[in-house]
Ligand binder design. Sequence first.
Ligand code: CA
Ligand code: CA
Ligand code: CA
Length: 335
Amino acid sequence: MNKMDFNLYGDPQLNYWGSEQPDEITIHSPADLQKGVDINCTLSVYVSDPDNDSLSVAFYNATDDSLIGVDLDVESNETASMVWSGLVMNKTYSWYVIVGDGQVIRESDTWTFITNNAPSEPTNPSPADQLANVHLPVILSVDVYDVDGDTLDVWFYNASDDSLIAIELNLSSNDTALAVWSGLAENGTYTWYTIVTDGVNTTKSQTWTFTTEVTTPEWDETPTNQIFTAGVDFVYDVNASDISGISSWWINDTVNFNIDSEGRISNAKTLETGEYWIEIRAYDPYGYNCSATFNITIIEVISEFSANIKLLILVTAITGVTMVIFRNKSYKIKR
Ligand SMILES: [Ca+2]
Ligand SMILES: [Ca+2]
Ligand SMILES: [Ca+2]
């Protein structure tokens, strides 16, 4: 029997052979009564000896005095450590150490800690799983909960490539996490999931799916019939809107008219007097469009009637109904 064994089974607190007992342990991890300890727990104690003896540190489960493990040949003023495996969540554990310098030993106080509960699996996703026609831009949300009352961080992921969508930090233990998923296409199917952590454990949600809506572009103001004077360049600016933006414009008569990227219609050349039938379309990036048909009338101003025509144009612009009257007065339009 060596001296360490003798002391372990004999009187633990006496000095022998002139060696001083290892110092009392005051620095250890986990701290006494610490909550939220990871079940992958490493016990550690800071040990020292008045004689600077090399130390052996035995870690014990205080519940049944079973040995967890021994860290040998620890220098004085160093930290001894030992992994305590097999722990389960939300349970109280007690432990102590016996430090020996080869001749005398010291038993520590008994310390207690409580293991962490992982956050609950995130629930109540929005958009709901399998939901169709989800409005753009898409705002994701999930409810998160931690039974320990821990502060939570939530990561939102695109399940198709595991890329990160957004992070929301420092939520309370019973809260809703939000994220904007930007850049999504219309009529697209998307999958996503979340991971929540309380700083110790992480919990992954299920994966959810949704399909985005289709939006058709809409006119800001419906295009109307227009009258312009022959020989004068003109621009008629029309505008449409879409959640995904207007990406292109189309006009039926590209011989006589141009339409640019901003929806500005202009004459492509000097136009003959007469009535031109126009159809235009505004397209979003996904090929959905709105269309409008109207007339552009080119008139030659006859000087004696010019004042009256200008008046009629003005009235037309205000009321939008006097074109019929105007057309009946055929002397004002050369066909
Ligand atoms: Ca000693
Ligand atoms: Ca927790
Ligand atoms: Ca659209």
